[in-house]
Design a protein. Structure first.
Length: 316
C-alpha cells in the first residue's frame, strides 16, 4: 500500500502545483524555476560553496528540461535541498578534496547536480535513486524524504547512517563512479569475472535477488550489467565499514547451486572484482580506496552525531 501511495502522490502534487501557479505569483523562495526569480540566501551560499570553488551548478528549483519526463516528478523542497547540499559538499566533494586534492574534484566532478523531490518509480517494482548523464550531470531523486531519513522515521529499524547510505550517499558515489568510468574506462578484465551471470532487469526477482552474494555480486543491482556492477562495488566499499564488508564476504563463501558452471565461491569472485576496482582507482586516479572509505566514514560519523550543521546558509 505504501508504494501505491507514493506512486500516486506525485500526480496529485503536480496538479496542485499548477493550480497554485495560476493563482499566485511565485516569490523569491520558490522551488520552481522562473525567468525572474531573485537570489535568496541559499542561492548565495551555493555561489560560494559550489559554483566558485568547483564550477558546479546545484539546481534545486524544478526545471522540466532537466527532468526525465518518463516519470512523474515533483520539485525538491527548499529545506531538504539545503540539507542535501551540505551532505553532498561534506560527504562527497570534500572527501575527494581530502584524499585526491581539490584539483581532482574540480576536474572530475560533474558540473551539475539536479534535485527532484520524489523517487522515479519503474514498472518492475524498483525505483531510481539517481542517474549520471554524459559525465556532466547527476540527478538525485527522493530529496523530500531526506528529513525523514535523518530523523530515523522513513524506514523504521534502519539506522540514520544506513538510511543515508542506502538512499543518498552511496548513490552519489555510485553515480560519480560512472562519471569516472565515462572519462577513463575501467579494465575489460572486470567484465570477465562473472561474464555469463548478469541478468539485466531480472536482478530483483527470484532466484537472483536472494542469491546475489554467492553468485559474485555485492548487491542485487550489481547483477544488472558490468558497468553497474563496477559502480556498486566501489560505492558499497567506500560507504560501509570493514566489518560490514567482511560480513558480506562470509555470506558469500558458497557457490550458487543454480549455476552448474560456476567454479568459484561468491567471495572469490567479489574479491577478484575488488582487486580490479582497487587497482583502477589507484593506477588511474591515484586514489587509495581504503583511505577514501576512512574519510567518508569519519565524516559520516560527524553528520550522524550532529557535529556538522546541515541547515546553515550564512556566508563567512
Amino acid at each position: 500500500m505504501k508504494k501505491k501511495i507514493l506512486y500516486i502522490l506525485p500526480v496529485m502534487l503536480i496538479a496542485l502545483g499548477f493550480t497554485s501557479c495560476e493563482d499566485d505569483d511565485l516569490d523569491p523562495t520558490s522551488v520552481i524555476t522562473t525567468s525572474n526569480y531573485k537570489q535568496n540566501e541559499f542561492d548565495k551560499w551555493l555561489e560560494v560553496n559550489f559554483r566558485n570553488p568547483y564550477n558546479i551548478d546545484f539546481k534545486y528549483r524544478y526545471e522540466e528540461i532537466e527532468s526525465d519526463l518518463n516519470y512523474y516528478t515533483v520539485p525538491a523542497e527548499m529545506n531538504a535541498s539545503i540539507t542535501m547540499a551540505h551532505l553532498l559538499k561534506y560527504l562527497c566533494m570534500e572527501t575527494y578534496d581530502e584524499v585526491a586534492g581539490v584539483g581532482f574534484t574540480r576536474a572530475n566532478f560533474p558540473k551539475m547536480f539536479y534535485l527532484i523531490g520524489e523517487w522515479e518509480y519503474r514498472n518492475n517494482g524498483s525505483f531510481i535513486l539517481g542517474t549520471a548523464e554524459g559525465g556532466r550531470k547527476i540527478l538525485l531523486s527522493g530529496i523530500n524524504y531526506l528529513p525523514d531519513v535523518l530523523n530515523g522515521t522513513y524506514e523504521p529499524g534502519v539506522s540514520i547512517a544506513d538510511g543515508l547510505n542506502e538512499y543518498y550517499i552511496k548513490t552519489i558515489h555510485h553515480e560519480f563512479t560512472h562519471i569516472l568510468n565515462q572519462t577513463r574506462d575501467y579494465p575489460t578484465a572486470f567484465r570477465e569475472v562473472t561474464p555469463a551471470s548478469y541478468v539485466s532487469d531480472s536482478q530483483f526477482s527470484d532466484p537472483y535477488v536472494s542469491n546475489y552474494l554467492n553468485r559474485g555480486f555485492i548487491t542485487p543491482y550489481a547483477a544488472t550489467e558490468p558497468r553497474e556492477d563496477f559502480a556498486e562495488m566501489l560505492s558499497m566499499y567506500v560507504t560501509n565499514s570493514a566489518e560490514w564488508w567482511e560480513k558480506q564476504m562470509k555470506a558469500a563463501e558458497t557457490m550458487w547451486d543454480g549455476d552448474q558452471e560456476q567454479t568459484q565461491t561468491g567471495r572469490v569472485l567479489i574479491e577478484q572484482k575488488l582487486d580490479i576496482v582497487r587497482a583502477y582507482m589507484h593506477d588511474t586516479w591515484g586514489i587509495d580506496i581504503n583511505e577514501l572509505r576512512d574519510c567518508i566514514l569519519r565524516r559520516q560519523n560527524d553528520v550522524v552525531n550532529g557535529r556538522i550543521s546541515l541547515t546553515d546558509t550564512t556566508i563567512d
